[in-house]
Design a protein around this ligand. Structure first.
Ligand code: ATP
Length: 243
């Protein structure tokens, strides 16, 4: 479904040259739940942004369903079925939740029940949120859940990317979130999640460990989690709702 070939990303700014991703080679197979994890600053979010077309790689190739999409922009990738939930979701002044979900769905969601379903899947009571603006008045956890609901509303998603979906989400909603991923998995979506949470790692078909811009290890949860446990003192993989 998705292949990254010799992918690199570097920046040159006032602090000089920095290699952020170094020769990444990866394949994400169809209908799999893949979790990318690893220490802070390792390059995970940058990789997700490159897949979505938000950042452009300095070298390498991205193939999506066999097609070279390296030069495609965000809109083209979204139309091809790649969806992205940001680590820090974008807020929109003047757009309410119903409108945002309608934009994601590609048609006006007139049916209250439909909007309600998407919101309740992420643990939000529709009556409280449907008419709220997606602006700074929403809390971090609320906006995060609304963004996840937009991915559910998007009909043509073939590959859904979630960047730290657990961030700012309370324990109860976290449980709902796991159910969202499990349901997406059952309905044969391909899911790529960036996460530090053991409970999310536990639903993965495959885990990719990225550190210092490299792919350190790829394997099943049985292969990777014991290694992470042994280094948990030096990185924050198991901190948060699990502890
Ligand atoms: N536009 C940029 N300019 C300068 N540095 C950048 C830029 N984008 C990313 N970086 C740096 O690249 C490195 C990787 O960042 P990235 O956000 O991809 O890490 P991450 O693995 O997602 O981290 P975290 O787990 O903390 O979210 C970091 O050191 C970050 O500061």
């Amino acid at each position: 479904m998705l292949t990254l070939k010799n992918l690199s990303f570097a920046i040159d700014d006032e602090n000089g040259h920095k290699d952020i991703l170094k020769n990444i080679n990866l394949t994400i197979n169809e209908k799999k739940t893949v979790v990318i994890t690893g220490p802070n600053g390792g390059g995970k979010s940058t990789l997700a942004k490159i897949i979505m077309g938000i950042e452009k790689p300095t070298a390498g190739q991205i193939l999506f369903n066999g097609e070279d999409i390296t030069d495609w922009d965000i809109t083209q990738r979204a139309q091809a079925g790649i969806s992205f939930a940001f680590q820090q979701p974008v807020r929109f002044k003047g757009i309410d939740v119903k409108k945002l979900l309608s934009l994601a769905a590609g048609s006006e969601l007139n049916c209250h029940k439909q909007v309600c379903e998407y919101l309740s899947e992420v643990g939000l009571c529709a009556a409280d949120y449907i008419g709220r603006d997606v602006d700074t008045s929403l809390s971090g956890g609320e906006i995060k859940r609304i963004e996840i609901a937009t991915i559910l509303a998007k009909k043509n998603t073939k590959l859904a990317i979630f960047d730290e979906p657990e961030a700012g989400i309370d324990l109860w909603s976290f449980q709902k979130l796991i159910q969202v991923f499990e349901k997406m998995h059952k309905t044969h979506n391909t899911i790529l999640i960036i996460s530090h949470q053991e409970r999310i790692l536990n639903i993965a078909d495959e885990i990719i460990l990225i550190a210092d811009g490299h792919v350190e290890q790829i394997g099943t949860k049985e292969e990777i989690i014991p290694r992470l446990v042994s280094v948990a003192g030096s990185c924050d993989i198991y901190k948060g709702v699990n502890n």
